[in-house]
Design a protein around this ligand. Sequence first.
Ligand code: F6P
Ligand code: MG
Length: 452
Amino acid sequence: MAANQALRQLVPPSLSAKVEGSFAYLTVRDRLPTILTRVIDTIHRNKNKFFEEFGEEGVQAEKRTIGFLSKLRNELLTDKPVLVLCDGLEDTDSWNQYLQRQQRLLGERDPVSWFKSPWLYIECYMYRRIQEAIWLNPPISDFDVFNESKTQSFFESQQAVISLCTYLQGFNRNMDDLSETQLMEQFHKLLQVSLWGNRCDLSISAGMENSQKASPIDSLCDLKSFILVDDSNMVWSALTSAQRPGEDGKTTPGRVDIVLDNAGFELVTDLVLANFLVSAGLAREVRFHGKSIPWFVSDVTSHDFQWTIRQTLAANHKWMSKSGVQWQSYVREGVWSYHDHPFWTMPHEYCDMAGDAPDLYATLQGADLILFKGDLNYRKLTGDREWDHMVPFDRALRGFGPAPLCSLRTLKANIQVGLQPGQGENLNTQDPSWMTSGKYAVVQFSSPHREQ
Ligand code: F6P
Ligand code: MG
């Protein structure tokens, strides 16, 4: 135990824009300002809408918000000190305490600033400042600056959504005839669909269209060799071993939590997977965890979650709308539920969760399996640090393990652990952008009992 603790304290530094030319540096220098410019443009384009809804007050709010955001952009570009938040929201104090924590780590000589601090912190901080700018400017405080791009990405992937829903309804009709092996094969397929759904995020493309066009099931075979670590058999075992004998003699499956990432096509792939888990008797309940504020351009909020189900239900396609009806009844019956917590939009590494958000940690402990979707969740799971590629996933989690968990992630940031000897070097030679292009993926599992 003492040896484990000593090992955990030996952690590499955080990725940071202070390393010139690094992916973090390029993100902070180029991609984040581009995202801010797009946000400003979106607010400006909605001026008439604000006028129609709120009259002159709406127009004044639009102007003030743009002023706030232009100042923010300038602070970023000129590496100004990170400022305290002053919007009095539920998480404001925690953010300001986190800033003090960063200052202590840096020492008193330099102020915490955009290019000198951990990338994870700075990137999260930018989205939180966007929220502050909107929130401090009523009456437009509820405006989701990313809503347009999220809905557009949903509509642009309609064909892929239809083919996925048609596939889902096809085996839902034949579920009783499926053997255990066939069930397992379907599980692997839909887990992979949910994995590759993560390619469609709008943060890596700085808000540019990035939707799924091809039929997702047909692409799986070609994509298989791009999965660098595939622990999906362990995920299957975690699900099947969570089944317990119920009072009536029948087996009761466990609870699966999905920590969501992006709206649009990715969310549909998660809902399809969740539908399969319930209808195949692999989960009795699915809890979805999303964001309480607009986040990293395309992340799911409560509104996006409900909107997606309503849109699917209202679709002019038999199997798509049947899927939507099913999803809505799962929500009504409480088989599915949506949850948010301020911790998901804080900059903390997840190993801090037990100490900094004990209520959320305790909630997650009730799950039999937690699926963490996407790149940002991976960065937080592993602390966004300069780990050697061969460090085991369990070790990079640094004690985080409320329940058996699995990361489903396409690689969009230069961090990757749990590889075989030589695997990272080979990839560096074959494809220098392997960690950031979204072309590769991992399914990495960890169970609290497997901690090293
Ligand atoms: O650097 C790419 C990036 O903007 C990261 O900041 C973030 O990890 C990722 O894109 C978002 O991806 P995802 O939606 O998969 O979390
Ligand atoms: Mg995202």
